[in-house]
Design a protein around this ligand. Structure first.
Ligand code: GLU
Length: 307
């Protein structure tokens, strides 16, 4: 299934842009400079397009969710002058929507139960690695559970040429991934009963009529899966822009585990200016939040604004 989605309509009706963007933090801890860069990029892109910007709390992964982190993130965004244009969405309140999408995929024959344990998959990947073969899920349960109990549910990806998904990223350029050899049939419902991020994100972006996704490049690798899922569900593929991730001195993506420091909220403008620098936006220190956003939006619009 090789195609280059060229984006969704960006028409304006009565001066109101059809653009709808979002920031989708996982509430696993406070916002740090890495996640702030993604938040700021999505916010500036929405402003440059005079569109809506919506916050979605991605607490689909129950075990990783830290109680209170959602409120903390929303308060930090507010302190930095970023307010969701619509009430924030919590994934934990949207399970029926994921169930409905999953049932559609199941009825259409796209999903199958998988009885493999993590250990078995890891072992087979290790063997494959030793043979310099693919690291994709080997498809053990594609044709049946071989007498084992179902654990996770996987989406069947196409074989051959149809497995290649390509798209144009507004920052990173042309991207292409072979789902069969690089990913394999991927999990939509986990063995612990939790909905997988890949399904939740596609259902949520579609239900919120998101036209533009702006996020960190650590998710570039997930995008082909999400586009394929959109095709299976017959929903629109949004435009994508992945910003470079912020790394520490060892080149690791910044997170609480890799030493991200708490944001300085006593000086919001300086904190935002630091995040803007990671996006290649250099400007004289602006005095107020409003001045920062006007200048930063103008800079962003020069590179990524509407034609
Ligand atoms: N929740 C994901 C994260 O915090 C972002 C998902 C997305 O933007 O699609 O890394």
């Amino acid at each position: 299934m090789s195609r280059l989605p060229s984006g969704s309509p960006q028409g304006t009706e009565g001066g109101v842009s059809a653009y709808r963007g979002r920031f989708a933090p996982s509430p696993t801890g406070p916002l740090h400079i890495g996640s702030l860069v993604a938040a700021l990029a999505s916010f500036l892109d929405a402003r440059a397009h005079r569109g809506a910007w919506i916050v979605r709390i991605e607490d689909v992964d129950g075990p990783r969710t830290v109680p209170g982190a959602d409120d903390d993130i929303l308060a930090t965004l507010a302190r930095l002058g970023m307010h969701s244009d619509e009430p924030p969405v919590w994934q934990s309140r949207r399970f029926p929507a994921y169930e409905a999408a999953f049932e559609r995929l199941r009825a259409a024959g796209f999903v199958y139960p998988c009885g493999c344990t993590r250990r078995e998959i890891a072992d087979s990947l290790l063997n494959a690695h030793a043979r310099h073969a693919t690291l994709a899920y080997p498809g053990t349960c594609r044709d049946g559970l071989h007498g084992r109990a179902p654990r996770a549910w996987r989406l069947r990806v196409p074989d051959g040429d149809a497995a290649r998904v390509s798209f144009v990223d507004r920052w990173q350029g042309v991207q292409s991934q072979d789902l069969a050899t690089e990913v394999g049939d991927f999990v939509l419902k986990r063995a612990d009963g939790q909905w997988a991020y890949q399904l939740a994100v596609v259902v949520d972006d579609d239900d919120a009529r998101i036209t533009h996704i702006v996020r960190g490049a650590d998710l570039l690798d997930s995008t082909a899966r999400q586009i394929y899922l959109q095709q299976c569900l017959h929903v629109t593929t949004p435009d994508y822009l992945h910003v470079p991730v912020v790394t520490n001195a060892d080149g690791e993506k910044l997170s609480k585990q890799t030493g991200a420091m708490a944001l300085n909220l006593d000086d919001p403008v300086a904190t935002l200016a630091a995040a803007a620098r990671h996006l290649g936006i250099e400007m004289p220190p602006p005095g107020s939040l409003d001045a920062f956003y006007s200048a930063a939006t103008a800079e962003w619009a020069k590179r990524f604004g509407p034609p």
